[in-house]
Design a protein. Structure first.
Ligand code: FEO
Length: 163
């Protein structure tokens, strides 16, 4: 399939950015585990697995349209936070950046009347709406408990149930 060069380049970059997202969330899982918040850590490990699945969708699509997938170096991550609210605010900000990139990809696909890529990207448009909604809700909950131990304990337990 012929594809616009800029779009191809950005699809390649998004493949790597999804892997980088997983890397970042795994770092967040490590941050939480280091503070004995094993439910929050579990939540971010599951989030990292999801990012790997997202990357695989780009991997499969690039292969399907006949392009060898590129593997750039992925940046390391070691985030520090003052509070768990800040941790979840950082995750929300990251998801907003993913959304911005997905929308940019869609804009280029639309401008090029690339219907197969638009169809492929539609799944991510919905996914990003759900991701932002989920992290918005969690930021509100963490703000609500104001880092009090009892609230943290309950939220940690709640997040340990994520599948
Ligand atoms: Fe794949 Fe959470 O963005």
């Amino acid at each position: 399939m012929t594809i616009n060069n800029e779009l191809l380049e950005k699809l390649q970059k998004q493949f790597a950015f999804e892997l980088e997202s997983g890397y970042i969330y795994l770092d967040y899982a490590g941050y939480a585990a280091d503070r004995d918040m094993n439910g929050i850590s579990h939540f971010f490990i599951e989030q990292a697995k999801e990012e790997y699945e997202h990357a695989m969708k780009f991997f499969d699509y690039l292969n399907e349209i006949g392009h060898r997938v590129e593997f750039p170096v992925i940046n390391g991550s070691k985030a520090e936070f003052e509070t768990f609210t800040e941790l979840f605010e950082a995750a929300l900000a990251h998801e907003k950046e993913v959304t911005r990139r997905i929308h940019e990809l869609m804009d280029i696909a639309v401008a090029n009347k690339d219907y197969p890529t638009m169809d492929f990207l539609n799944w991510f448009i919905t996914e990003q709406r759900e991701e932002e909604d989920s992290f918005n809700g969690l930021v509100a909950k963490f703000k609500g408990i104001n880092e009090k131990f009892q609230g943290l304990y309950l939220l940690d337990k709640e997040l340990s149930y994520r599948e």
